[in-house]
Design a protein around this ligand. Structure first.
Ligand code: N2P
Length: 392
């Protein structure tokens, strides 16, 4: 008993000394035995001096032990080079499975798909996933490159404090057109209903954006949950159908480039990709308004390789990795250090990025862009409307 008291006292003194020494790591000291614990032999209970490690501002990053990462992301959205770089750095094989809409990804996870480590939900889908307890928290201490992000794109309402998500890309959903093909210059969504556009429009296969556009055209809230208003939107969409030749969310830019379509509702990156091939492509936020979205990396609760997912989130925020995204899939990049890197290392891409409304929307464009919000129970109204509309 006497031996124990002396040992405890020694331990406390050692801990105190460790806590007072700047170079020591107090958290690594063995805890003092609780008084209720049975006495320990003197040889093991005294504890040695706490192991010391050099003081450093950089947190120690956990090295993933997983050897695979299953990414489930939008099609045409994550550059193969970025995945290859990650594999080379960490010895982790990446499998990239794709989807074309938030709804497709969510339905798959809701149905119990459990092999995915990383998904890329938009804002409103983050809300839905959090409400359904489908995501796991992330440890920002393991993602020091988070500091590279422009604060305008962190701490958003759908995930205060970025407890579950890391910004990936952001953008708008608006009207792209080929100025040499359209019969007149569109200024408003309502212009797309003109019979001159018969069989010449492309629409994203995106129920919230297309319905939202119809609502905006009617002067209604893009996130309306009123069944009567949604019915009005559906009627309006049905009237547009003769002008729509294609629903495509993967590569709608192709039809604009080939001339199959003259105009349509697309994501900003689609317009930017079209513009690279065809300088006559314009991209506007019509006077009734357009869409605004923020896509994020997130880790499903059931992820088998969450450690690899966390490592990837930090890795893709490295400026030289992040610019691979902008170079290949020119949506808007929330990583301000990456944009600086792009400016210094690839000035021509940076110049096209800053000069075009799709990648760098002017203030008056953004002022009319409305974020898609989770509509809770009304989601089924949108789902039903979309099925009816597509089937008609
Ligand atoms: C990539 C689609 C971009 C995602 N094909 C729009 N939120």
């Amino acid at each position: 008993m006497k031996t124990y008291r002396v040992a405890s006292l020694l331990t406390v003194l050692v801990l105190l000394a460790a806590a007072c020494t700047p170079a020591a790591a107090p958290t690594e000291a063995p805890p003092a035995p609780a008084p209720t614990e049975p006495p320990q032999p003197a040889t093991t209970s005294a504890g040695g001096p706490a192991p010391t490690s050099p003081a450093s501002a950089e947190p120690t990053l956990a090295k993933p032990t997983s050897t695979e990462l299953n990414l489930y992301g939008w099609s045409d959205y994550v550059p193969q080079q970025l995945l290859d770089d990650f594999s080379a750095e960490y010895g982790i094989k990446v499998n990239y499975d794709t989807y074309s809409s938030n709804e497709e990804m969510l339905a798959k996870l809701q149905a119990g798909a459990s092999g995915y480590d990383l998904v890329i939900p938009s804002d409103y889908t983050v809300t839905a996933m959090l409400n359904q307890d489908l995501l796991q928290p992330i440890d920002l201490a393991q993602i020091p490159n988070f500091k590279n992000l422009d604060p305008r794109f962190t701490n958003k309402g759908y995930d205060p404090g970025n407890k579950y998500t890391i910004p990936y890309q952001w953008g708008t959903t608006a009207l792209a057109y080929d100025k040499t093909k359209v019969p007149f210059e569109p200024k408003s969504w309502a212009d797309l209903w003109d019979p001159k556009f018969k069989g010449r429009l492309v629409m994203l296969d995106d129920e919230r954006e297309v319905t939202g556009m119809a609502l905006q055209t009617l002067g209604l809230d893009k996130n309306s949950t009123d069944p009567a208003q949604l019915d009005q939107a559906k009627q309006k969409m049905v009237e547009l159908k003769p002008n729509i030749v294609l629903f495509n969310s993967d590569d709608p830019e192709t039809s604009l480039i080939t001339g199959e379509t003259w105009a349509g509702l697309v994501y900003n990156g689609n317009a930017a990709l079209a513009r690279q091939q065809d300088p006559d492509i314009e991209y506007i936020c019509p006077k009734e308004g357009c869409g605004l979205w923020f896509d994020n990396l997130a880790v499903p609760k059931s992820a088998p390789h969450a450690d690899a997912a966390m490592a990837f989130m930090n890795f893709m925020l490295e400026p030289k990795e992040s610019i691979l995204i902008t170079q290949e899939f020119p949506y808007s990049n929330p990583n301000k250090e990456a944009l600086e890197y792009l400016k210094a290392n690839d000035p021509s891409t940076y110049e096209s990025y800053t000069a075009f409304s799709a990648t760098n929307p002017p203030d008056d464009f953004l002022a009319r862009a409305v974020e898609v919000k989770d509509v809770g129970a009304a989601t089924t109204l949108y789902d039903q409307l979309w099925t009816d509309f597509k089937g008609q």
